[in-house]
Design a protein around this ligand. Structure first.
Ligand code: NAD
Length: 340
């Protein structure tokens, strides 16, 4: 039995952050603590593997949230639940671990059930641009139509991970309609920044490219491996924009919007140009070795931000150059710390 009552007393707003040991969860915990929330951070990972641990006002539990028993325990006395817990990674991970990705459906399902039972007033679910239909993402390069929220249907999401996210989005919608649980869903578009995963096989393109450029520079190999032909186009969202978007979405009036909303930058870039940005930051030019049969995802994906601008009067604004400079600096420090 988890004694959440002992820690979460008082009159402050109380938030549960599921996946608090991860990249986005760690940044969100800090934002909530800074705002005076009491926070219960939960993750399946042992504390020494958490990306960030903040001050001692953070209450921490090591728990597997696929279990409804633990979801029932951690949602007691909680005002707002933020579900960022998911077994996921970059394309290399999600294309090769579809069942593992889909099992995360248990986390959101059980948090919704227990949140309803325990009277949680708001539930946030972190969905993904991987829910978008493949046939709306067939162009590469700079000829990509930004995805609006309705482009998730007719459904043809990323196999495994994308289906899990789309199903969980629907669960949120129906818990609002049927049980009056106030749910909010954001579709994140490639979030990156300091304290993200940068090695080990689950890292995403921005961190992987930074690491490869750093390795090439330090080892003097002068070469970089790129998955695909480099013409895949994406938008990348800096972590501070992602956190601001989540917080503002949760502050909207009840059930407004009930529909998922994109939290994504609209600054489109090809992977080749992302590599050039990182090369410029590192002050190096590398020979490019294209691995054409590596996992590369859809040809092109960008975020249409009309809905977020309408609802929040805001859209992500940190430039890719600025965000990548911060990310590169942090990964270089981590690289040095781990190789010394
Ligand atoms: P992350 O992997 O860094 O964090 C997820 C955390 O969930 C991890 O710390 C992991 O240990 C934890 N977790 C996994 N299974 C668990 C379980 N059974 N019980 C408890 N904790 C568990 O990922 P992130 O980048 O911080 O992503 C957070 C959320 O945002 C995820 O839902 C992810 O799908 C979504 N998302 C992220 C991105 C991105 O670019 N980072 C893009 C789209 C959507």
């Amino acid at each position: 039995m988890i004694d959440t009552d002992i820690h979460l007393k008082g009159h402050k707003m109380r938030a549960l952050v599921a996946g608090a040991g991860g990249f986005i969860g760690g940044h969100l915990v800090k934002s909530l603590l800074d705002d005076g929330y009491e926070v219960l951070g939960v993750d399946i990972k042992p504390i020494e593997d958490w990306h960030q641990v903040h001050d001692n006002s953070l209450n921490i539990y090591n728990t597997d949230l696929r279990s409804i028993y633990y979801c029932n325990e951690v949602t007691k006395n909680i005002d707002e639940c933020y579900n960022l817990a998911c077994d996921m990674g970059g394309m290399g991970f999600i294309e090769n671990n579809k069942a593992q990705c889909m099992i995360s459906v248990l986390i959101n399902t059980h948090l919704l059930i227990s949140g309803t039972t325990n009277g949680v007033s708001k539930h946030f679910f972190s969905s993904s641009a991987c829910v978008y239909a493949a046939d709306k993402q067939i162009k590469d390069g700079y000829d990509v139509s930004p995805l609006k929220e309705s482009d998730a249907y007719p459904a043809m999401p990323e196999d495994g991970y994308g289906w899990e996210k789309l199903f969980s989005e629907r669960m949120c919608r129906h818990f609002t309609e049927d049980f009056n649980l106030d749910t909010r869903v954001a579709r994140f578009h490639n979030v990156y920044g300091p304290y993200g995963t940068w090695t080990g096989g689950r890292e995403k393109a921005p961190a992987a490219i930074c690491r490869k450029v750093i390795e090439a520079k330090k080892n003097g190999t002068n070469e970089i491996e790129i998955w695909g032909d480099g013409n895949q186009a994406r938008t990348f969202t800096y972590i501070t924009d992602c956190i601001y978007g989540i917080r503002q979405l949760m502050k909207l009036e009840k059930n407004n919007p009930i529909e998922p909303i994109n939290i994504g930058s609209s600054e489109l870039v090809t992977i080749n140009d992302l590599v050039s940005i990182v090369e410029e930051i590192a002050g190096i030019t590398l020979d490019r070795n294209y691995i054409l049969d590596a996992p590369k995802g859809v040809p092109g994906r960008s975020s249409n931000n009309n809905l977020i601008k309408e609802k929040l009067g805001w859209e992500p604004s940190v430039s890719l150059k600025q965000g990548m400079e911060e990310t590169y600096k942090w990964i270089e420090q981590e690289y040095d710390r781990n190789t010394l």
